[in-house]
Ligand binder design. Structure first.
Ligand code: SF4
Length: 423
């Protein structure tokens, strides 16, 4: 189904939350926002219990570093009360707008600045502005430590570090001349979001229903101009620099290009800059069982959920690697499971022509060697497609699969190299 144009929209976006779940074919679906992807061990235990007792037994990673519970009973008050008590719904009015990515390896290794803590500061600043509860649920913030990983995820507003002590604002992927210190980045992003809402309310050029910054004509220049005019929302006395016209921009990484060189989703031991070792890992198809959630909670005080359906443990216990292997996590960078992703498919989605996740698991049970990067979907809507180069394989009504212009009898055949698997 094509996305309606901003001018044609008559409703708010339907992104689900915990307080506003989505009705799926397998029950209600609730999305739990994790600004910066950070989730504490105690919160993982609560999520495990909720999945087991109230949902389908699993927690699902999303492409924005959030978590989803499925198979819920709609309006079950126990879910809200348990997640609220665990600190996972800190501002009910702003629940759906707390969409904040941050470079998962920041402060662990690499990057130009340490953005740890900025996601939380941005989240608090967002929730403290009543007007920002009106942001669309699709609106995405990002704090990129300069490696270009989360800047590549098509955020609406992104602060990108250029050096340890400063970075600049990007709007819909377009660099602006507005720069500030890391500590001022949350205020700058909040101010930019307020301008977005103002532009949207003005409704010029039919953008009154805009869900994303890219849908507002000229948004990068207009937001930058509004902020440069009055430093709106930026604390007085703090520095908001604007580069002189014509000054060369620093060598900013082009997000996607850099990400191909420096993976945003490392799996396996990750040497930390301080001499320790962090750990990257992945659940197959981004799906965590209750036992896996408890295993994670026992393995580290804090887990970071990445937008690539992987996890990072900044400070794992000494035996975490072995312990998590027994829980079925993917811990090797060359594991075939890392090449395959899938949409919800049957039974969760009524539109699906196949149980695509079961088909992927069947392929993985016998897979060996290299697989192309493939996203398997149950219909032409192609939900959840990764931003990195990949091949879509689409289930058809007769049980076969379509890959490019071929129709093949099953998923295994679709994944057989034919020399034409580049998207
Ligand atoms: S792509 Fe998958 S999840 Fe999306 S509508 Fe189709 S079957 Fe459903």
């Amino acid at each position: 189904m094509p996305t309606p144009s901003p001018a044609a929209r008559t409703r708010a976006d339907a992104c689900p939350g915990v307080l506003a779940p989505h009705d799926a074919a397998d029950g209600a679906l609730a999305r739990v926002r994790l600004p910066g992807g950070v989730v504490a061990a105690a919160q993982l235990r609560v999520l495990a219990a909720c999945a087991e007792e109230l949902g389908d037994g699993a927690v699902h990673l999303t492409s924005r570093g959030n978590l989803q519970l499925r198979g819920l009973v709609r309006e079950d008050p126990r879910l809200v009360s348990r997640l609220g008590a665990a600190g996972l719904i800190p501002a009910p009015s702003h629940e759906r707008v707390r969409n904040v990515l941050a470079s998962p390896l920041s402060g662990i290794t690499g990057g130009r600045a340490d953005v740890r803590g900025l996601a939380r500061a941005l989240d608090e600043a967002l929730c403290a502005h009543p007007a920002l509860a009106a942001l669309p649920g699709r609106f995405l913030f990002a704090l990129d430590d300069g490696r270009g990983d989360v800047a590549a995820e098509q955020p609406d507003l992104c602060w990108v570090a250029e050096a340890p002590d400063h970075g600049s604002l990007q709007v819909a992927g377009v660099p602006t001349a507005l720069a500030c210190a890391p500590g001022d980045a949350p205020a700058l992003l909040v101010a930019a979001a307020e301008v977005f809402l103002t532009l949207r309310e003005e409704g010029r050029a039919g953008c009154a229903g805009a869900w994303r910054a890219a849908e507002v004509p000229g948004a990068p220049a207009r937001i930058a101009a509004a902020l440069a005019d009055d430093h709106a929302g930026v604390p007085a006395g703090r520095e908001l620099r604007q580069r002189k016209s014509g000054a060369p921009a620093p060598d900013l990484p082009a997000g996607r290009e850099l990400r191909q060189r420096e993976s945003g989703a490392p799996v396996g031991p990750i040497p930390r800059a301080d001499g320790g070792v962090a750990l990257g890992l992945a659940p197959v198809l981004g799906e965590l069982s209750a036992a896996q959630l408890r295993g994670l909670a026992a393995a580290a005080p804090e887990t970071i959920v990445t937008p690539w359906r992987t996890l990072v443990l900044p400070d794992p216990a000494p035996d975490a690697h072995q312990r998590l292997r027994t829980h079925g996590f993917v811990l090797a960078a060359d594991a075939p499971a890392l090449a395959l992703s899938a949409c919800a498919g049957r039974p969760g989605c009524a539109k699906s022509h196949a149980d695509v996740r079961a088909d992927v698991r069947a392929v993985l049970a016998q897979a060996g060697g290299d697989l192309p990067r493939v996203h398997v979907v149950g219909c032409e809507r192609r939900c959840g497609a990764p931003h990195e180069p990949h091949l879509d394989v689409v289930a058809l009504a007769d049980g076969s699969y379509a890959v490019h212009d071929r129709t093949v009898p099953d998923l295994r055949t679709a994944l057989t190299p034919t020399g034409d698997t580049t998207a």
